[in-house]
Ligand binder design. Structure first.
Ligand code: TMP
Length: 205
């Protein structure tokens, strides 16, 4: 596929501040008059937002790991087809709040679903599109959970051990893909963190 645009993803465990940073990046690039859009996962387009509702609803207590994994992938496949491919094809910069690394971290390392299988499903759902840059916001698990919403969704409600595995999963991915995944340690205020984000973004544009 001939995709002229740039694809930048924001990853991290709960309360890492990645969504705030993605919003700041959007404003920064708009001010530079760059053609840019921001999408979130699961979601970004109508069908995927509806799947998001199913995934995060605390009432869906009986959802199995298989169903959960496939629903995240289904939401992704639709977002890729409807939003990512057209935007990258048109030469836009696409900022994405979570992508395939989230499924590897949460469903793979967190739930114990086979990571190799997730990667195979991931190639199908993403048409093998890979981010040009992934910024991973790393925060100590308990600190992150304390910063997250008071009203926890179905995933956030999981125990500390689960969230620790997610964090370690992300750090493992970062070691495996040092060229693509850049880790920012969340230990400063959002303006200082954004300076680091800006440097990383400027380097790939
Ligand atoms: P958010 O908190 O960034 O809006 O993401 C929603 C939740 O979905 C969050 O708890 C992480 C979780 N999630 C997965 O478990 N697997 C995935 O593939 C994605 C994209 C998100």
């Amino acid at each position: 596929m001939d995709l002229k645009g740039k694809f930048i993803t924001f990853e991290g465990s709960e309360g890492s501040g990645k969504s705030t940073q993605a919003a700041l990046a959007l404003e920064y690039l708009k001010q530079r008059n760059s053609p840019v859009m921001l999408v979130r996962e699961p979601g970004g387009v109508k069908i995927s937002e509806r799947i998001r509702g199913l995934l995060l609803d605390v009432k869906n207590t009986g959802m199995g790991d298989e169903c959960e994994t496939l629903l995240y992938m289904a939401a992704r496949a639709q977002m890729v087809k409807e939003a990512l491919v057209p935007a990258l094809g048109a030469g836009k910069i696409v900022l994405c709040d979570r992508f395939l690394d989230s499924t590897i971290a949460y469903q793979g390392f967190g739930n114990g679903v086979d990571v190799k299988f997730i990667k195979e499903l991931g190639s199908f759902a993403t048409k093998s599109i890979k981010p040009d840059l992934t910024i991973l916001f790393d925060i100590e698990t308990q600190k992150g959970l304390a910063r997250a919403n008071a009203r926890k969704d179905r995933i956030e409600q999981r125990p500390l051990d689960y969230h620790n595995r997610v964090r370690q999963g992300y750090l493992t991915l970062a070691r495996e893909h040092p060229q693509r995944i850049k880790v920012i340690t969340v230990d400063a205020d959002k303006e200082q963190i954004f300076k680091q984000v800006k440097t990383l973004i400027d380097a790939v544009l």
